[in-house]
Design a protein around this ligand. Structure first.
Ligand SMILES: [Zn+2]
Length: 194
């Protein structure tokens, strides 16, 4: 697998004429097997390198032949009571390829990695077609998820499971840390990742 890491450019947008509000957005190309996915990220309270490393590792490993755009925004989500969201970006289609991931700012490194992998699992569910919108209802494997409580929804069960599996795999492949030495278990008193 060919992995390319190219930081393309940084754009700075001023949101008001006084220049008090600036948003920096970083763009990053994932080039695997000649196909290109696109990662952009912005916000505060996060490691740009960790964001790029985790997202590009995931896309290169599981979607080297896809062209996927993912925009990762870091901001305060505590009022929402969540650590992350993953949504289709723009108009929903049956085969979405553009995604928006929102992440809580100022997460500890391990928590950040796990939550991002949780949200990337949802991205994968959208790309693979197991997660779909139909008649304003969310379906997982053609079953409406609304009949379950949030924690029992099958796409969330899969994402929580993958948090640990993918984290172990990522740490083993990227950091050389044997999975057996990793601390397992859920986070006490954690907010939810949707
Ligand atoms: Zn989730």
């Amino acid at each position: 697998m060919q992995i390319g890491r190219v930081v393309i450019f940084i754009s700075v947008d001023s949101n008001d004429i006084q220049g008090k509000t600036y948003l920096c957005r970083f763009f990053y190309l994932v080039n695997a097997l000649g196909h290109m996915s696109f990662i952009s990220h912005s916000g505060y309270g996060y490691s740009k390198k960790l964001c790029e490393d985790v997202a590009s590792w995931f896309l290169n490993k599981y979607y080297p032949r896809h062209k996927i755009d993912v925009d990762i925004v870091h901001r305060g989500l505590k009022c929402d009571g969540v650590y992350g969201y993953c949504d289709v970006n723009g108009v929903y289609t049956k085969r979405p390829r553009a995604f928006l991931i929102d992440l809580q700012a100022n997460m500890q490194r391990e928590m950040y990695t796990r939550i991002l992998l949780h949200e990337l699992t949802h991205l994968a569910q959208w790309v693979d077609g197991s997660l779909q919108w139909n008649d304003e209802k969310l379906y997982y494997c053609r079953e409406p998820v609304e009949k379950y409580d949030y924690r029992d929804q099958p796409h969330e069960i899969e994402a929580r499971h993958n948090e640990t599996v993918l984290y172990d795999l990522y740490m083993t492949e990227m950091c050389g840390v044997p999975a057996v030495k990793l601390v397992r278990g859920s986070f006490p008193n954690r907010l939810c990742a949707l």
